[in-house]
Design a protein around this ligand. Sequence first.
Ligand code: G3H
Ligand code: 13P
Ligand code: ZN
Length: 306
Amino acid sequence: MLVTNKELQSDATANGYAVGAFNISNLETVLAITEAAEEEKSPVIIAVTGSTIKYAGLDFIIPMVKTAVKKASVPMTLHLDHGADLEICSKCINAGFTSVMIDGSHLNFEENISLTKSVVDFAHPKGVSVEAELGRLSGVEETTVEEKDAILTDPDAVKEFVERTGVDALAVAIGTSHGAYKFKAEPKLDFERLKDIRKKSDVLLVLHGASGVPVEIVEKANKYGAELGKAKGVPNEAIQKAISLGISKVNIDTDLRLAFVAATREIFTISPKVFDPRKILGPAKEAMKEVVKGKMRLFGSNLKAP
Ligand code: G3H
Ligand code: 13P
Ligand code: ZN
């Protein structure tokens, strides 16, 4: 069943858990995410970026996701992650997405409002929910954002932004960033800021850049030849605290990529005679599925499917 993020996040907010949004890029990621959701009896958000659309094509992505959704008994959404403009949002909506993110975080406040509102005006009459971003995460967004250009979300601006745009959900910047190198020193999120945002608005809240970058997966990848240096992610306890303060959607991409690369590197190394793609990608899918299942338990979305 395809539903909207608004439906999933409203239930999550009311019941103190969060729904995971996991990025897909191919068949294996779709299978890993949807099989995990089914086994954990968890709602899930299937997230697609503009670069995945360029890579795989909407005409392949949509039937693939719809087939997986049809086989599942848990609610899922098909969500555009970091939509760059009204054009890609409307294209995805017309093609059957049930939720879109418009990422105007690189714009000034007024421009972000006007772009976000144009997407809301297009999406809402079609029953599609909209997420926007206020503040700016460092790391890879629509373009790469240097750490010095990252801006934490101003709690005082949230209410006005939400009222003037009519947006359903808001991605907030509280110290996370995209990718595998989130913190140079000890991980630190600005929970006071998150509390203040929650106090000032009841918009549904989203945490991007939430991968944990598990040490054991990084070590396994490095053991088999990866060079992941000082990779560091968001600790599990910080994710749980963020959820307790109102985050109802948690975005994960990097942890799936790391699991994929560790699993494939291991096979290439320990089974040098293997050249059947299914014997390489099958275990990689299983490794990603284990990561997704673990996240669902961490976010408390397991056993929450109606
Ligand atoms: O924030 C989204 C991703 O982690 C970056 O995804 O490489 O598909 O654009 P992308
Ligand atoms: P990570 O890079 O931490 O997995 O974040 C993914 C994300 O925010 C996708 O929108
Ligand atoms: Zn993101």
